[in-house]
Write a protein that binds this ligand. Sequence first.
Ligand code: ASP
Ligand code: MG
Length: 405
Amino acid sequence: MGLIVQKFGGTSVGSVNKILNVAACVKEEIERGNNVVVVVSAMGKSTDQLVGLAKEISPQPNKRDMDMLLSTGEQVTISLLSLALNQQGIDAVSFTGWQAGIVTEPVHGNARISNINTDAIQNQLSASKVVIVAGFQGITENGEITTLGRGGSDTTAVALAAALKADKCDIYTDVTGVFTTDPRYVKDARKLLSVSYDEMLELANLGAGVLHPRAVEFAKNYQVRLEVRSSIEKIKGTVIEGEAAMEQNLVVRGVAFEDEITRVTVLGLTNSLTSLSTIFTTLAQNNINVDIIIQSTTEAGTANLSFSIHTNDWLETLNVLEDNKEVLGYEQLDAENKLAKVSIVGSGMISNPGVAAKMFEVLATNNIQIKMVSTSEIKVSAVVEEKNMLKAVEALHRAFGLGNN
Ligand code: ASP
Ligand code: MG
């Protein structure tokens, strides 16, 4: 008898009918002789609707109240699913995050799980019950309700799978797996049979919304066997594991993309020895996430600096830099909006030189100007104009042989 953690996302629990379908999926797993822990998201777009209600009252709502509000979404689903299972004669019990023993650090809106006390879940499993846990939420040592960041139910599921030493964690969603790129935009995107933890981590961080990046981090650290699959179509999904099987000797496994990127340029930095640390410390203190950073020095001995941020942070970044102009010691600020980041990811890159060169050549042939570049062992990202984003994705997807034809 094994232990399986199943996670169902918002679209998979979006209506009573869909919740009944989830109950059927759980039942199948029970009938295979397994114990099951189910993690669910809020129904459909209900988290967005709750955010909308709060924004009608306050443009910048208090984060503690937001956690209190958003954590209710998942509670609706756990109770309905428990009702559905019990109605069908399957013993089930619903748990909020705190009842499930999920303890987080004391941060509202984006808390990390620090510890899971699995006693309550284990007791129910020993009594042969299906345990249904509200995703995306936890509790601090001081009893405050927290949430794990948008998309965080994936992380609840993988963290529980790790803590309970489950045999597998199945992430059920509205697509059949992880694709070479987003199939909503590129028609010949292909489903991958397997992806390594590192590749998935890059893809998730670079904008592939199919898994929460922290869930992949957990899976990698605790070697949790993960599968992303459809809750409707009963077919094999994508397995995420230590070493992915190389399909067709592909060097690049996927193309990820993300819009709403802004490039900020700080010109004429005088004190280049400490100015970098001062600038980025100041931005970090204001919770501004910086992605790509490029610095160059001029003949006059000053330095110019460019970095990319999410466009949402752009006004705040500007304010922070202007407020601290004296201390930071620069001449001028400049920014460019409406940019996007297009990335190619694949562990095959480590042993294949020339992948970045090929990417740049493909973009050049398609008349796409590159504004910034960043690389890791297994990815190359290029910042381009937003209007060129999909053209770049399609061209790269084709050039690296990822499509169906
Ligand atoms: N309901 C939360 C959200 O919409 C968490 C999740 O679905 O993973 O972000
Ligand atoms: Mg999700």
